[in-house]
Design a protein around this ligand. Structure first.
Ligand code: SF4
Length: 377
């Protein structure tokens, strides 16, 4: 199993909280697309022995591309890789790009899944985050999207300064009213050097409040679970049969090829990442040089990644896998470190596996860091 991720590094405007790699200048869009196609060609041998089961357009904002540009990229994947017969092909899209004609064209392409960056159905939140769309556009685009796509995910952000529990409940209820099968939802986090961090520093916006975020998170879990969603990864909720195959592959340490500036790749042993700079990326690819840095993961790195992703997901962390893949000292260490959290009811054990309990879910990142191996090689 292999996946291809294609990073489209353009956005119409910068959201205040965002630290992803993107440019708001579209001047080099055509040149960038040619470079992405070239990188797909240059790396075709990396998946020579594997079928591509997922293709994911992320960003940035992939929906700023025209349909012919997206189709050109999909064709380049098919021309250079062995693609499975029913791959999951996802486009991240922003509501302001989803006109009826665009949605019809997207639904007639090979794309079969949309991940729509709604973030909130409330204009006050959207303004605070500097999103390019309004609440009306969020609703209109989602209503239209459900007419042309069955497999739709939306993103929602909670823990926004000033957001009451009632406002968050209204957002969740609005999302549910569209009867979509997948929701990804994240607490607003303040990344260094973002506009949001600057506004908070200047006292223009209140800081995010962890307790408020925690209340929002559990409201989300309860409401979505009551409505037939499974919280299969801390931030991801799906109706049966609608887990994201692309994200599941990341969480299960499957291989993937990341194309485009800032994109990451994993081949089972090595992690690589492309330069996060559009001009440098284009110049290197035009010279047929991959602008990539690589690190070989140590056993400790792989153990830490497995524990981190396992505890965030319904698949948990298997003691037998830890012993088989990393050795007895890792299994013993995990057992010892987990004891305290098992006693506190933040972790639970079943079938020789460890899982976070509902109570531990919001605190998973802190728990995980205590289970990380830091001393042994
Ligand atoms: S649209 Fe997405 S990638 Fe672009 S600035 Fe906003 S959050 Fe970041």
């Amino acid at each position: 199993m292999s996946g291809i991720y294609i990073h489209i590094p353009f956005c119409k405007q910068a959201c205040h909280y965002c630290d992803f790699h993107f440019s708001t200048s579209m001047g080099k869009k055509e040149t960038m697309i040619a470079a992405l196609i070239k990188e797909l060609e240059l790396r075709r041998d990396e998946a020579a022995d594997k079928e591509i089961e997922t293709i994911y357009f992320g960003g940035g904002t992939p929906s700023v591309l025209r349909i012919d540009e997206l189709n050109g990229l999909i064709e380049a994947v098919y021309a250079n890789y062995r693609v499975a017969s029913n791959p999951e092909i996802t486009l991240e899209a922003n509501p302001d790009d989803l006109s009826r004609s665009k949605l019809i064209a997207l639904s007639e392409s090979k794309l079969n899944r949309l991940s729509i960056g709604i973030q909130s159905f409330d204009d006050k939140d959207l303004k605070l985050m500097n999103r390019a769309h309004s609440a009306v556009e969020a609703e209109r685009s989602l209503a239209l999207a459900t007419r042309y796509f069955e497999n739709i995910s939306i993103d929602l952000i909670y823990g926004i300064p000033g957001m009451s529990v009632e406002q968050w409940e209204a957002n969740i209820a609005k999302a549910l009213s569209f009867d979509i099968p997948h929701i990804s939802s994240y607490a607003l986090t303040v990344e260094p050097k973002t506009a949001l961090a600057n506004f908070i520093k200047k006292g223009l916006i209140n800081n995010v409040d962890d307790e408020q975020s925690q209340v929002h998170f559990y409201k989300l879990c309860d409401t979505l679970e009551e409505n037939g969603f499974e919280n299969y990864e801390i931030s991801n909720f799906a109706r049966p049969g609608f887990y994201s195959k692309n994200n599941t592959a990341y969480w299960q340490q499957k291989r993937y090829i990341g194309i485009g500036p800032s994109a990451h790749s994993f081949d089972g042993i090595r992690r690589s990442w492309n330069v996060s700079n559009n001009p440098k990326y284009i110049i290197a690819i035009e010279k047929e040089v991959l602008p990539m840095e690589t690190e070989v993961l140590s056993i400790r790195d792989r153990y830490n990644e497995y524990v981190m992703t396992g505890l965030r997901t319904v698949w948990g962390v298997s003691f037998s896998k830890v012993e088989a893949d990393f050795g007895g000292k890792y299994k013993d260490y995990l057992q010892k470190q987990a004891e305290r959290y098992l006693k506190e009811g933040l972790l639970h054990g079943q079938d020789n596996k460890l899982f976070t309990t509902k109570k531990g879910r919001f605190l998973a990142d802190g728990i995980v860091s205590d289970l990380f191996m830091v001393n042994l090689g």
